[in-house]
Design a binder for this molecule. Sequence first.
Ligand code: BES
Ligand code: ZN
Length: 651
Amino acid sequence: MLYDPSSYANINDVQTTHLHLDLTVDFTKKILSGSVILDLVTVASDVSNVILDTRHVNVRSVHYDNASLKFSLDPDDERFGSALRITLPSSLQAGTEFKLTIGYETTSACTAVQWLEPSQTVGGKLPYLFTQCQAIHARSMVPCQDTPSLKVTYSAAIRSPCRALMSAIGTGESEADDGHKVYTFEQKTKIPSYLLALAAGNLVGRQIGPRSTIWTEPEVVESAAWEFANTEDFIAIGENLLTPYEWRKYDLLVLPPSFPYGGMENPCLTYVTPTLLAGDRSLVDVVAHEISHSWTGNLVTNANWEHLWLNEGWTVFLERKIIGRADGEAYRHFRSIIGWRELEDSIKHFGNSNPLTALVPNLKGIDPDDAFSHVPYEKGFNFLYYIEQLVGGPKYFEPYMKAHVENFAGKSITTDDWKAFLFSFMEKSYGAEKRAVLEKIDWEAWLHAPGLPPVRNEFDQTLAKACYELAMRWDAARNKTTFEEFSPNDIKNFSSPQKVVFLQRLTQYPPLPQNAVRELDRLYQLTNVVNSEIRFRWQELCLLADYEPIFPHVVKFVTEQGRMKFVRPLYRSVATSMQKWIRTSEKDVPGTSFLLSSNRRKYDRKGYLIILKTWLELRILNKVQKLIAFSMFHEKCISLEDERILLHHNK
Ligand code: BES
Ligand code: ZN
């Protein structure tokens, strides 16, 4: 029996094997319209209906051969969308193959499909479209069985006025009417629905490796090609550790700045945020991560979103193996230290006993997007790291990694499947003694208990030590009036991630006094840093210290890019900071009631202006980010009435 709490589809009755998309990209109406043909096979007897997932799509027709079928849409559920119920012409016996053709179009409410105005692109002249389907947004791009427990091959014909790309191999392009072209694609390796992806815009390609082309708007193709020049090296290391690369091409698409993730492992076409373009190749571990998904995630797939750690924890583990091979073991350990800190932050934010901080959470009734955090990544990584040590190190564990991929390639698996194979492999390859070692693990705590893991791994501190020491010196000097003991030389030899760790460490101390923050900035020039990871931690530190000169820079940062990793915590800190001003301010400013749900409280004009400015600038964000930003503020300081006023102002 297949189980997926996030899907309505009757996957134990009938399963999709192939999907063909025939769509027009309409930038004027901001819709995708056309049809999908689903190849289905029944896996139970007497199947008389097909239930598909949808979310805010307009279904126009359903056909079985040439016969039009009856269908109905359930009321929309905010978390899971709306089930599409299709009645088959007769009830079918197990093993019956058939096709359904569904005519449909997307709407402006579709959560998978983002239409960007020309002003939201680098070039500023042409509009842009991209889809983001993970975790359960594929249903908002195409009616389908939107579950990772099933895998399908797909093909597509996309009619578009500008270049279209998909998570598949391009098989051709031909002229169509109205200056449009039809781009065709084929994905011959079976994929789960969340890996469907389509982008269209003013895109150019530049080859950067034997199987890799980088796609971007023309303005940034040069810098992107330079930044990601190591791509082939990473793929080769992955092949060395695991199995030959399955997907033929590994292209990268650099998205416009509002793309909400760091990267997305769409097969044949990884998406990345332009915030990785640091100019020093220091953020390419995201590419190592997405490449690793080619094995864990895209070949071996989590059966449902409760087992996300099998995708993300495994992938972080492989990503760090690649970084270890490419840059040295010290870097692998250093990245692991950064990751542990992110795990601590996530658990603190969710709350130590929040069930969503379990490695395998129960997602019945919960939107997977609401459960998303660093937990599956870093708790998952730490679990695998711990097991690797326990069984005797890489000599024993690396052959197992490869066997894991060979054994489960093409399948969707649960944590139980993973565990059973781990036990059987270790026993078969190394004897009963290794099995006994595994039995000593506190499985219950690792897999099901909330909060931090039961074991804390030791990582090599070589690269972290200097960062910690410098942070300690600043803490010790916090109340001084002069800071002569510090100079730009303190961080001259720090790599970018070392600056990150220095700042992360410093935010663990109580907030620094204003003049210490000012000196820190004067000496190390942090406000003007381009590297997004450093910029993010610096702004966090300043907000915690209520350092007002940073506010306009925060507004700039959260409005010029939309990566959730940066934007969400910054909005949260801004809101907290804002509340502090409001509480400590003396004056009442008329017309600013939206700052507080109770408008009798006092607030500061500066706070008001910044929120307002942020709100106005939010116009460059896409709707998903607006929603997130909005809920962040809303949670802290805006009433429903004010929401209406603001949205009105914002038009
Ligand atoms: N597959 C994820 C992104 C994702 C996860 C999208 C869940 C939607 C739901 C991707 O591989 C990822 O993990 N991206 C990270 C970067 C990585 C280096 C940790 C990100 O976006 O920050
Ligand atoms: Zn990932």
